[in-house]
Design a protein around this ligand. Sequence first.
Ligand code: GLA
Length: 405
Amino acid sequence: MKLYCLLVIALLMLLSGLLYAQKFEGLALTPPMGWNSWNTFGCDVNEGLIREMADAMVSSGMMDVGYRYIIIDDCWHGIRDSLGFIHPDSQRFPSGMKALADYIHIRGLKLGIYSCAGEKTCAGRPGSRDHEYQDARTYAQWGVDYLKYDWCNNTGLNSVVAYTTMRDALFAAGRPVVFSICEWGDTKAWEWGKDVGHLWRTTGDITDCYDCEVNHGTWSSWGIMKIVEMRKDIRQYAGPDHWNDPDMLEVGKSMSQSEDRAHFSLWCMMAAPLIAGNDLRNMKKETTGILTNVEMIAIDQDLLGIQGFRYDAKDDLEVWVKPLKDGEWAVCFLNRSTIPREMIFDWSKNVITDPVSRWALDPGITVYSIRNLWKKKEIGTTKSIFQAVIPVHDVVVLRLRKNVD
Ligand code: GLA
């Protein structure tokens, strides 16, 4: 009888362990979209700025095309009190996080916040180490919907254990939260992150240049093409609810319009989270045009959730492809060179099979109609050879649909 009781108790413990040890499923069936404070404002965050950004997300039309999360990155923190509870900086967030969450929620948006697995964040604010369950409960009380969880000051930590602990803490707190793993690819989160978080950073920090490395001494930040090159072989790990995250967008900062367009297009081709990082309050209309191109966003948000891949590269001209639902395809021609280049692409000579998903594009057999997604117009079918001059660092992105005529 005693043994029987012990067995029942062990079974109950196992079951409750299973119930309380998982991520919230289904919160990111397509890559998350939003805005994050870090790329433009760094540590200079406050509640007025965040409220204005929420307003701008609505008035710019970004909310209408799918952007949802307003994410406060590092430096919102004040003290951790004598009982261990974390508080926002009382000078910068005098109304408190709950009031800010309410402001954001009333507008139909969601609030994201930032913490770190180490004792301190990357900017030296209190991290969540040894306070995971307490912090997760606090975030739930505030109404937080998204947590970006960084990896600074990680001495003595195992990333799988540290991120799983926070995942379980969030789940136990009971409020659905998108969990964004930010260990920069140092411990290959793509190999273990699927059951832990909804997205994981694949590289170190992005910076707003097309193809540079900025050396900060002990670490570097990376331009767009450097990030693209760094993790070429991990697309098979991405899919609905678990995305590779090549970092936040630098659209609308210092790059040319062509470079911004190429950056945004590649992120859409890679099914990357679309987290804007510019000042939404005073965007040029060209920037708004890029960030709110619904047909490009549809490529990123396609329900198959297949990360696209580079099919061909010759003389700085690249061809990227992405299988889409209903047998459709996105094709992105990229000019990486510093002079305008002519792209000539004979569809009939290209049978493309995706080695991961096995979807096949065979314009020799099936005729597809073609739409140019930046020009927003139909440009014929795959019966004709595609030909166009692509400006420096720019793209042409096409959507191919089976021709039913
Ligand atoms: C790390 C992250 C960045 C940002 C900063 C904040 O560098 O990778 O995205 O969150 O920390 O300090």
